[in-house]
Design a protein around this ligand. Sequence first.
Ligand SMILES: NC(=O)C1=CN([C@@H]2O[C@H](COP(=O)(O)OP(=O)(O)OC[C@H]3O[C@@H](n4cnc5c(N)ncnc54)[C@H](O)[C@@H]3O)[C@@H](O)[C@H]2O)C=CC1
Ligand SMILES: CC(=O)C(=O)O
Length: 316
Amino acid sequence: MGKKVTVVGAGFYGSTTAQRLAEYDIFDTVVITDIVEGKPAGLALDLNQSRAIEGFETKIVGATTGPNGEGYEAIEGSDVVVITAGLPRKPGMSRMDLLETNAKIVRQVSENVARFAPNAVVIVVSNPLDEMTALAQIATGFPKNRVLGQAGMLDTARFSNFVAEALGVPVKSVTTLTLGSHGDTMVPVPSRSSVDGKPLRDVMPAEQIEDLVVKTRNGGAEVVALLKTGSAYYAPSAAAARMAKAVAEDSGEVMPVCAWVDGEFGISGVYLGVEAELGAEGVKRVVTTELDADELASLKEAAEAVRAKQADVANM
Ligand SMILES: NC(=O)C1=CN([C@@H]2O[C@H](COP(=O)(O)OP(=O)(O)OC[C@H]3O[C@@H](n4cnc5c(N)ncnc54)[C@H](O)[C@@H]3O)[C@@H](O)[C@H]2O)C=CC1
Ligand SMILES: CC(=O)C(=O)O
């Protein structure tokens, strides 16, 4: 049987993710759900009408869902579920300001996902990301490798874009990496960044690298401030869709994601931004790499910051 993917939440992030997943043309079915009556069905109708133009066979199904599992039959048999349900930031807000509101939403969605799609790999994108990923694992009760979060793909793509723009080189010649949290303790990793195979530190002065590190940490807030309503979704949906594709295709690709860390980098018992090999079971393994002493110290600081918050969400 062909693959099925569900996107929970039909807002900006969810609808663009559903579009990307459908246009890959690797799934039999893309399901999109929301609590808003009619919206998922309307988006599905619209996306299906693009099939003849874009030339893909994937069918899109829209379902309105309720808190007690109403409408969730639509997600049965999903191989992958991407959770985008939740409020986005307003200008001036931090991701952490969304904690309590989105925890209620993510818990309720996760419980229904566990009931109706018990074998799915869950990719969380709702903010604050590291905490919502931990909560989704608790609320689904799924093995930790089957619940992961999207942040590092996006933050890394932002860092690469800023480096390419600053040097005036093609973005494909740039490799960067970000680890840590999707927040203030994000850890862009210059020691693992390069341009045409040359270390970033050999082609860009240290102060300029530091400016781009700061710009990367503020990448999401910069978009929020310009949009005025809502947050980024084109780059975020590209990131989540790539992760869902890697899982569906059991590709073994290594990507920066929010994954359960259990001893790697000397860190244990926390969901954190690290590189991981993705496949049908979600995270196949966390991939470690040599880091400079200051980068490793920052990663450990990030782990402690998110560990404290992740303990709080267990009771939300
Ligand atoms: N991890 C990351 O890198 C990123 C995370 N985000 C986060 O993704 C989330 C979604 O962002 P947007 O789509 O832009 O917001 P949005 O406001 O456009 O859409 C959110 C949707 O969730 C729906 N929703 C609320 N409760 C629900 C429930 N119980 N079941 C199903 N759907 C429900 C709403 O009706 C709405 O349509 C936000 O929390 C945002 O902060 C956004 C960008 C990047
Ligand atoms: C919204 C968000 O988390 C971002 O754009 O990074």
